[in-house]
Design a protein around this ligand. Structure first.
Ligand code: KG4
Ligand code: ZN
Length: 341
């Protein structure tokens, strides 16, 4: 089945065509609104949806053009139905419904976080459930046990900021603008973090939750003490120390969960999983501790439509389908909460 994926849950409008084998991408287009939102220092929901409306048709045309296929050659349409910014989601969902109606092709609404986990299926060596996934994006930081596709168990989550939020807020404090994760990653390259030390925040030893607000406070205090944000090599070391602290925070609990589950497999997913330090540390710990680590390519970690097409394909293959009454959901829980003992 050849699937057209559509992703518009936040400030990226992406479309992709995934071929019958579930791995070959015939097209993968991402239109980012970073420049549109940069003057505001963050995503403005109203501005995001207006930009999506303008871009939907041109991005579809560019995607089909790149795939060198007419719309009729697509067998199904998968679209992110939530969670996310409601205006942004509605753009993608209503557009997808229009395409499904016009072509008579099946439609499937995809959970954005399920899409992030499914990004790992686009790689040559793909994970097979059960496994533990560390889901780290701009809005979410979760540890999930994937019993099967569609059957998720909540293991832990952040109690305050998401990991991506910690990156973005730190970048803002450093005067690096928005969005910050990729910039901090790039500036840290080649630096060891010498001269800076950030706290590793652990909300209790017996749970699998995270906390990043203390780290953000430490960043603000350190910059305050220095009088102004560091520059040059000091900035490189600052960024390296910061991402080291985030990675240690995340991996400590993620590896504990992977080992405790008995699955021995850990899948990283979401925009922050593109971080170089997090990736190298995860690979190193995986080898040392006998946990198989799956890292989707960096381009499939940040928001994209290939992952939505892939998640949609799994559900379509099971005979699942959404009706034309599919609605966008700003809030949409992924988990079945673990039953209390
Ligand atoms: O998954 P994603 O693209 O969008 C959401 O669903 O939120 O994640 C975006 C987040 C942002 O906070 C961004 O700063 C962060 O991922 N990010 C990174 C890197 N690339 C993107 N964080 C650290 N290192 C990176 N290389
Ligand atoms: Zn995302």
């Amino acid at each position: 089945m050849r699937v057209l994926g559509i992703e518009s849950s936040c400030d990226e409008l992406a479309m992709a065509v995934l071929d019958h084998d579930g791995r070959t991408l015939l097209a993968n287009v991402v239109h980012s609104q970073v420049e549109v939102h940069r003057p505001f220092g963050g995503v403005v929901p109203e501005v995001a949806s207006r930009d999506h409306v303008r871009r939907l048709q041109p991005v579809l045309e560019a995607t089909l053009d790149r795939a060198n296929l007419p719309l009729e050659a697509v067998d199904a349409i998968a679209v992110t139905a939530g969670p996310g910014l409601i205006g942004s989601l509605l753009c993608g969902v209503e557009f997808a419904k229009g395409l499904a109606l016009a072509t008579g092709r099946p439609l499937i609404g995809v959970h954005h976080l399920e899409g992030h986990i499914a990004a790992s299926l686009l790689e040559t060596i793909a994970p097979v459930p059960p496994f533990v996934s560390l889901l780290v994006s701009g809005g979410h930081t979760n540890l999930v046990r994937v019993h099967d596709w569609g059957h998720y168990e909540h293991l832990g989550a952040t109690r305050d900021d998401a990991a991506g939020e910690a990156f973005d807020k730190t970048a803002k404090l450093l005067g690096l603008g928005y969005p910050g994760g990729a910039v901090i990653d790039r500036l840290a390259d080649g630096y060891s973090g010498e001269g800076f030390r950030f706290p590793i925040m652990m909300p209790g030893k017996d749970n699998l939750d995270f906390s990043f607000s203390g780290l953000k406070t430490a960043v603000a205090r350190m910059i305050d003490e220095m009088g102004r944000p560091p520059t040059g090599a000091a900035l490189g070391h600052f960024c390296a120390a910061f991402q080291q602290a985030v990675a240690e925070n995340l991996l400590k609990k993620a590896f504990r969960a992977a080992k405790k589950s008995g699955d021995g497999a850990l899948v990283l997913a979401g925009g922050v999983a593109a971080n170089s330090r997090l990736r190298s540390m995860a690979e190193y710990r995986g080898r040392r501790e006998g946990v198989q680590v799956f890292l989707p390519s960096r381009r499939f970690c940040t928001d994209n439509a290939a992952m939505i097409a892939r998640a949609g394909l799994t559900r379509l293959c099971r005979g699942e389908q959404s009706g034309l009454d599919l609605t966008a959901r700003a809030q949409w829980p992924l988990f079945e909460r673990r039953a209390k003992a």
